[in-house]
Design a protein around this ligand. Structure first.
Ligand SMILES: *[C@@H]1O[C@H](CO)[C@@H](O)[C@H](O)[C@H]1NC(C)=O
Ligand SMILES: *[C@@H]1O[C@H](CO)[C@@H](O)[C@H](O)[C@H]1NC(C)=O
Ligand SMILES: *[C@@H]1O[C@H](CO)[C@@H](O)[C@H](O)[C@H]1NC(C)=O
Ligand SMILES: *[C@@H]1O[C@H](CO)[C@@H](O)[C@H](O)[C@H]1NC(C)=O
Ligand SMILES: *[C@@H]1O[C@H](CO)[C@@H](O)[C@H](O)[C@H]1NC(C)=O
Ligand SMILES: *[C@@H]1O[C@H](CO)[C@@H](O)[C@H](O)[C@H]1NC(C)=O
Ligand SMILES: *[C@@H]1O[C@H](CO)[C@@H](O)[C@H](O)[C@H]1NC(C)=O
Length: 493
């Protein structure tokens, strides 16, 4: 999990990078031996499971189902999944509340979202009376009193792992999904509901994403749902897990993170990850605007590690910038951070819009697949990590005037006429470069505002790219762009 997990990992990494002492070798040999016995025991236990029980877990994941009520298919369809079918469980600490309560409250909807904030101890006076704007809190069970767990060292991680069990024991009714997240994660609930609605909640499903950093995946697993990004477990899976969770805990107590314990435990159940790219672990530092300006074409579900990155809007504090992004999410969650690219042929300029977040102008015609690569404004979690660093391609920042964008950030929104939503983006700072010479030497320096119009009623369809037109490029310092459905067979460039 977040910070502790990171420090441990980074220590581990240092050990691997500087294996100078014989102690390390000795301890590696011992741990190898322990691992050997451990795996032997594990496999023996696995084979003791009856075959039907075991194979029961290897269920086929249903393809995305259309969730109409007029089901003509043979299976009896249940009602569409909605927000009430989800129980959220946030793992936090009393110490972290001061800064992180604002993140939780940014996405939590009182009396709409169901769930709990699990804490390590009873909140201190300054947080009482507990506000209705936060999820109701629970204090995790004290595992230190349990005899079998005397030797547990990773008590923080064990507590977080057991939160799944304790959430299940709350006994909420009509639950289809349990969604676990950290206290420094924001969730985009409407997108989450839409994504989960694609899946059959009656199957054993584990949905989430691995880390954006190669090193994190290397040391944990490329096939693991990272806990900070948040993940969803279907009800039947949690029900089954609840009976075995403490056994798993004993077995995997020395793994360094709760999400790795879960991943290992689920592997024993024969359940593997169903990846969804909208969750974001953000094992990154500094400015993630490059990433948020070139989000994959999938609904954004979460952003994690908010305390480890710069505020996502440069002129605001962390919590202000989260709330600012949420304003856009409230109006149109389907378009949030969705990238639309269009060109102004007369000027040879390219425009890239990340709806509700940023727009870029390039004084050049650049291909879509180039603009879809995030600009590397951030750095990896570990300062000394060696390439390849990220699970996606990036564009290195440079001062080439034909490749460096003019950057504008989301400023405000309003309802315009004709059922349109107007989002406005304001220049962040002067670009301070010469114009791109391919272009009759015309600079975009004079443009200070971009207005993007989108349909208020039409919902952007998942994984469908939209098109756009640059409407007004007269001598004004404001540029208007209209988003629209791409025409049939349109060549987008
Ligand atoms: C679906 O069908 C099964 C078997 O026919 C039945 O047991 C179950 O109650 C049905 N579910 C719903 C929601 O109608
Ligand atoms: C969600 O669906 C259930 C039926 O499965 C329904 O009873 C409930 O009112 C719905 N909740 C919302 C918020 O739409
Ligand atoms: C939630 O519901 C309770 C009772 O149903 C009500 O007292 C409370 O004001 C509501 N809170 C919000 C934030 O709407
Ligand atoms: C735009 O109008 C819709 C419905 O008329 C309303 O729900 C929404 O809050 C309005 N948005 C803004 C930014 O004024
Ligand atoms: C746009 O680019 C084309 C091809 O490189 C060039 O012929 C044309 O002069 C350019 N137009 C402007 C306005 O720079
Ligand atoms: C392009 O414009 C800049 C000022 O904007 C000027 O300094 C430069 O000499 C011009 N270059 C050419 C080739 O016209
Ligand atoms: C943009 O143009 C308008 C009028 O043409 C002017 O009033 C305004 O000051 C200009 N803004 C900037 C930042 O140049």
């Amino acid at each position: 999990m977040s910070s502790k997990y990171a420090t441990r990992l980074s220590k581990m990494l240092q050990n691997f990078q500087h294996p100078s002492s014989g102690i390390l070798c000795k301890s590696l040999a011992i741990s190898g031996l322990v691992l050997f016995f451990f795996y032997t025991t594990l496999f023996n236990n696995l084979y003791k499971l009856s075959h039907s029980d075991f194979y029961q877990q290897f269920k086929v994941i249903w393809p995305a189902v259309s969730h109409g009520t007029d089901s003509s298919s043979s299976s009896n369809m249940t009602s569409p999944t909605n927000i009430s079918h989800i129980v959220f469980s946030v793992a936090g600490t009393v110490k972290g509340l001061k800064y992180r309560k604002a993140y939780i409250e940014a996405w939590w909807r009182p009396n709409v979202t169901r769930g709990y904030l699990f804490l390590d101890r009873f909140p201190s006076k300054e947080f009482l009376p507990w506000p209705s704007s936060s999820p109701p809190f629970r204090v995790n069970e004290d595992i230190s009193r349990v005899k079998a767990y005397e030797k547990i060292r990773k008590s923080f991680q064990i507590r977080v792992f057991r939160t799944i069990l304790e959430t299940f024991r709350e006994g909420d009714k009509d639950v289809r999904w349990y969604v676990m997240a950290d206290d420094d994660t924001i969730l985009f609930v409407d997108n989450l509901v839409e994504v989960l609605a694609k899946y059959d909640h009656t199957q054993s499903l584990y949905i989430g994403t691995n880390s954006d950093c190669v090193t994190s995946n290397f040391y944990a697993s490329f096939n693991m749902a990272f806990g900070g990004a948040g993940y969803a477990l279907s009800y039947p899976l949690v029900e089954a897990l609840a009976t075995k969770l403490d056994t798993c805990m004993e077995k995997y107590q020395n793994l360094y993170a709760s999400d790795l314990m879960l991943f290992s435990c689920l592997a024993d159940f024969g359940v593997s990850l169903t990846p969804e790219k909208g969750f974001h672990q953000i094992d990154l530092h500094n400015d993630i605007s490059g990433l948020l300006s070139a989000h994959p074409h999938t609904p954004v579900i979460s952003i994690h590690h908010l305390d480890f990155i710069s505020p996502i809007f440069p002129s605001m504090s962390r919590s202000e910038s989260i709330n600012h992004l949420m304003e856009a999410a409230k109006i149109d969650h389907s378009r949030l951070l969705q990238q639309t690219i269009c060109y102004h042929q007369q000027r040879n300029w390219s425009f890239s819009i990340s709806w509700g977040y940023s727009t870029h102008i390039y004084e050049n015609i650049l291909s879509r697949n180039f603009l879809m690569k995030p600009l590397e404004t951030f750095r990896p979690w570990w300062r000394n990590a060696k390439p390849p660093l990220y699970m996606f391609n990036t564009r290195i920042l440079n001062k080439n005037p034909c490749e460096a964008p003019h950057v504008f950030f989301f400023h405000s929104m309003e309802n315009s006429t004709d059922n349109q939503v107007l989002t406005t983006y304001i220049r962040a700072s002067p670009r301070n470069l010469m114009p791109c010479l391919n272009n009759d030497n015309v600079s975009a320096d004079f443009i200070h505002k971009i207005q993007v119009f989108s349909q208020a009623t039409a919902h952007k369809k998942t994984r469908m790219t939209e098109c756009c037109d640059v409407e007004d490029m007269a001598d004004r310092n404001v540029t208007d762009i209209k988003l629209r459905v791409c025409t049939k067979d349109e060549i987008i460039s």
